[in-house]
Each structure stands twice: as structure tokens, then as C-alpha cells.
Design a protein. Sequence first.
Length: 419
Amino acid sequence: MKIFKIMAVALVAMLGFNSCSEDCDHEFIEHDFTQELVGTWTYDAGEQAEAIVIKEDGSFTITGVMKYGALYEEKGSIKVVNNKVTLAYESGDVFEGRLELVAGKSLSIVLFEEENIRLTYDYCKEDLSDEIIGMWVCMDTPANAESEMMIETFYENGKSTLTGFLPLEGDSEQVKNEATDYMVIGDLLFIHIPADKFGDKTPFYVVHKMIYTPNATAMGDIMTMKSIAKAEGGYVAGTSSWLRVKQYLNLDNKVYDYSSAYVSNVKGKDEDFSILGNTLNIAKIEANDFDMMFRSVLSCFEFDANSMTYRFRRDDGFEMEFDTQIAVDGNKVTLDMSSINPACRKVEMHMFQDKDDSQLHMYMHTDAFINYFANLNVIALITEGKINQTDEVAIAKVFADMEARVESINVSFVLKARK
């Protein structure tokens, strides 16, 4: 029998009753407990994850993923009499097993033919298909990607978009608004990974078991995703927490201070350079470097509907302030810093707010990082009198030097609303 069919048998077991032996001295009455199986049951053990939906007429649909990510679906019917369950597949296979149950929580079965095989499934009290709809930001990722950040939006049509890192075996790939398909069955999330992302001909699925907690924090809803990924020598469990964020920004009359930064996908030249009085090195850059730049000084970001004002003051008394026009489209924000100086470039980034606008995430990919920090450097150098604002050659060199230093980088700045 195929492994997934063994697991399927386990899902249909629910109530455990002791059957009478042949020498019982009272009349034995069989009872059909098939109706007690109605609902959704899920299983996730690394090598395989699956969900079974059982209907009142005894029919079932099993959706699962094997250890290599292949998606499968099986249909059939079940019947439970006392402690014996019979599972009949549409393919013609029939299996029987002995039932064990922790009512309303989990169920197990031991196959009559394979006494050493026991499989256990969890009962889904609610389906999370509706709760997952929306935009989520994750900064609490598994240990193998703890410096990464992900933003994913789930739509009602079964489509999703991901910005951040795409989890692949042994590595991760940075993507921007990568579109894919997903589905939710009970508390299992199946995310489709295109075949071209890992050099194979067959697409596969990543499976997460979800725990949804509405209003878990002051910032809003939390979706905890548990997964078991393939690793050297076996499988490793990982957990990530996702905060629901708004899909449309409310920036008018908001003031935010720097809180923290996340840096990932960094590749660049190993050389020191100075910006706003701080020494950076792209090849060695870490989140702490931005803490030193922004947290140790007086700085803030002020917004109205059409502009952003940045104020900066160092301990040595140097001050800088600039206003830039912004255009907001959903979560995409374009800073037109050329309004400050024609030599400056526009910066396209994404921003995200929690439910009460108490936290703002500014997410920059490579191009946005280069343009934004080169712009800052140009404005600082002009403010300090080190270059002339009409010196096109000197300004062009600032941008060229930044482009030469940065091969790739993803940075997310977390800002907190000023009280």
C-alpha cells in the first residue's frame, strides 16, 4: 500500500470502542460511527502532510504532499463500525484498521496488516481559508533565515504574491512580488513553488500548519506557521510568526521614529565609505550599522498625504532636513527626491502599517537602496558644503560609486509612531 494511503487510513479513524470477544454472554449490537467522522483532519510529519475532508455521506477527499513536494489527491468512502474502520478508495484499494481517539483533538489508527504503523492526525475546529486573506509581514523567520524578511499577500482567488526570500532546499532565493498559487484546507496552507525555481520539471508545494490568533498583540492579528523542512540528515521543524498589515497606507499627519532594521541578500564591494558621518561597508553591513546611523541620533520621518519630511541631527551639531513629494499606490510609495535637487533620483519602495498605524515598515530592494542612500549622501554633502548643488559631475560620481559598491541588498526599516 502506498504511504499516502496508509496515512489516509489514519485520518478516518475517530472513535475507539472495545469489541466483544466471541465468548461474550450478551447480545452484541454493532453501531455505525461514520457520522462522527464528518469534518477536516490534518497531518504534518515532514515526509508527508495532508488534509482529509469527510462529508456526511461518508465520502472523503484527501489532499496531500509527499516528502519531495509532489501534490496528490485521493477520493473514496469510509465506514466505521465500533473500533473498526474501513477505507475504500475510488481506485479499488480497501484498507482496514483499529481506532484510537482523544475526542475533539486527535485520532490514530493501527493497521490490521501492519501492527507497528501508528499515524496520528489533529482535528481542525475551523477552516482558515477566510482568515488568511490579506497582507502579512514576517520578521520572525526560521533559524536558517533569521535575518530575512518576508511580505506575502493572499487573495480570494487562490493567488498570492511574495516579496522576500523564497524557501528552497539548502538555500533561499530573493524575489519581488513573485506570484503563485495557494490553497488552504483546514489549518494547512499549501503554497505552490514553480518548477523553474529549483531546476526541476515538476512543480512542488511547501506546506505550513497554521495557528491563527486574532488581536494577538496591540499591533493586530498573528498567524503562526509551523513547517517541517528537509535538512541534512533528516527533517527540521521551523516556526514563523506573521503580523497582518493593511493593504492601503494611512500616512497623513503621521510621525515615525526609527526602531530597528533587517538586512538580507547582501553582496557588494569590501570597502569602507562614509555617509551622514557613519562608516559603512556593504560586504560587511549588518542591521546594527543602521542602528548606529539612525537610533543614536535625533531623526524622524513626518508624513502628510503628499509628502515626507526627514529630519536628522548628529551629536556634533550637524543637522539636515528635507521634504520630498511622495506618490502612494496601495503599499507602493514613490519618493520624488528630484524635487529637492534635480540631480536626485526617484525612489520606489514599499511601506506597510499595522492595524492602528503604530508601526511602519519601509522595505527597500537593491535599486531603492542605492537611489535612496545616494540621494541622502548628495543632500548631506551639499548641506555640509563639500560639493556644489550645480556640480553635475560630482553628483553623478556619488551615484556611480554607490552602484559600484552594491551588487544586491534588501533592507527593511521598522519605524514606530511617535506618541
